[in-house]
Design a protein around this ligand. Structure first.
Ligand SMILES: *Cc1c(COP(=O)(O)O)cnc(C)c1O
Length: 418
């Protein structure tokens, strides 16, 4: 990092001790405090600069302090920021129109987070099962290593025991299958249907993000779609991490040649302003007034910002940038993996969600390299103990990708030498 890039903030009075005394310790935090950002860069309270390949975990679609976001935020806050869904909210309708015109869905419900969007999808699937399929005891199939959120229903949906530990009793009505395994999916459905826990829906990520940046298999998703069609049940895709252009297509499912009946979005949707959405085909929209609600859901502020993110993605042709920069990043990471065959097993991902996967035999964990990268001025995030996740803003430039690859290489050299 060159000295002229160091910007010393006015007040470097941050105290981690005071923070920890007052904020619950629900997160394992790295020991830096971030206070400013611009584009793909953020600065900490000591004035150190970082290249941000975390982007709030695949959330800051347009990076930090994007002029369009600043404009949308300031204009909407001056106009109208919140009113109840007791009234029509024009910009909510505009956002829903944009999302449905750019996806396979017909209708949207707005909430505030990924977990809430998935809760909405789970509720819609259960109501559909009761109203349309006459299933008394509906089961939703989800995948091992999936991640769907932290509410009680969504930790139950999440096929990872570490998120459920200590929070029993979990929610009934879920069953887990291995991801990308057609035979297991077929036999689970047959088995559950025999035992009067009829399957009402299959909930999957097009690419498992948290669970290790694992792309979905084309044949698997096509078979899942076919099984749902044969049985008249619903295919739900959790697009919270991979939607909104992250894979080089607007939605992750577009990489798999299928359309879901329901899908959810959140992280990238507001570019960092909290908003979630559940979208569905009109054929499965069984919600009626009173079925579901959210006080903040779809308020003018969040919707105006999300709409501006959507329009900016399109106007600035960012999907092409995602594809090109993604290819460049994977090539760079693959070269690193090839140089260290003992340490790394593979590079996998789509567009700008990529994982550098440590080999089973390596003593290193993803955290070791994440920390070393931070010392090199690069922020990256683990996806489990053995995968490094690279999810930069979608506006990332070719120079920034080169810089991230170089910093990763230096970080690996540093941990190798320690
Ligand atoms: C992050 C994430 C969620 C949860 O989103 P929150 O906004 O944290 O509730 C759900 N599903 C997937 C795939 C995610 O990556």
């Amino acid at each position: 990092m060159s000295p002229e890039t160091l910007v010393k903030p006015e007040s470097a009075s941050f105290s981690a001790e005071s923070f920890d005394a007052h904020v619950m310790k629900t997160y394992g935090r790295f020991n830096i405090a971030l206070e400013r950002g611009e584009g793909c860069r953020v600065w900490d309270t000591e004035g150190r600069q970082y290249l941000d390949f975390v982007a709030g975990i695949a959330t800051c679609t347009l990076g930090h302090a994007h002029p369009e976001t600043i404009k949308a935020v300031t204009e909407q806050i001056k106009t109208l920021h919140h009113v109840s869904n007791l009234y029509y909210i024009p910009v909510q309708g505009e956002l829903a129109k944009w999302l449905t015109e750019h996806s396979c869905a017909d209708r949207a419900f707005f909430c505030n987070s990924g977990a809430e969007a998935n809760e909405s999808a789970i509720k819609l699937a259960r109501k559909y099962a009761h109203d349309k399929l006459n299933i008394d005891n509906p089961t939703i199939l989800t995948a091992h290593a999936s991640f769907h959120g932290r509410t009680l229903a969504t930790i139950t949906a999440t096929g990872q025991p570490k998120y459920q530990k200590g929070f029993t009793p979990l929610m009934p009505g879920f069953h887990y299958v291995p991801y990308n395994d057609i035979a297991a999916l077929e036999s689970a459905i047959a088995e559950l249907d025999k035992n009067e826990r009829q399957v009402a829906a299959i909930l999957l990520e097009a690419l498992q993000g948290e669970g290790g940046v694992r792309p979905g298999d084309l044949a698997y998703f096509q078979r899942a779609r076919q099984l749902c069609d044969e049985k008249g049940i619903l295919l739900i895709l959790d697009e919270v991490q991979v939607g909104m252009g992250r894979t080089g297509k607007f939605w992750g499912y577009e990489n798999l040649g299928i359309e879901p009946d329901i899908f959810t979005s959140a992280k990238g949707l507001g570019g960092g302003i909290p908003i979630g959405a559940m979208l569905c085909k009109s054929s499965c929209d069984v919600f009626e007034p009173g079925s579901h609600a959210s006080t903040f859901g779809g308020n003018p502020f969040a919707c105006a910002v999300a709409l501006s993110v959507c329009q900016t993605l399109e106007r600035e042709n960012l999907l092409a940038n995602v594809s090109d920069r993604g290819e460049q990043l994977r090539a760079g990471l693959q070269a690193i993996a090839a140089k260290h065959p003992q340490t790394f097993a593979e590079v996998r991902g789509w567009g700008l969600i990529n994982g550098l996967v440590l080999s089973e035999g390596s003593d290193l964990t993803s955290i070791d390299i994440v920390k070393a990268a931070m010392a090199e001025g690069l922020l990256i995030v683990p996806a489990g103990p053995k995968v490094l996740r690279f999810v930069p803003p979608l506006i990332v430039t070719a120079e920034e990708v080169d810089e991230a690859v170089a910093a990763t290489e230096k970080a690996i050299a540093a941990v190798g030498n320690s």
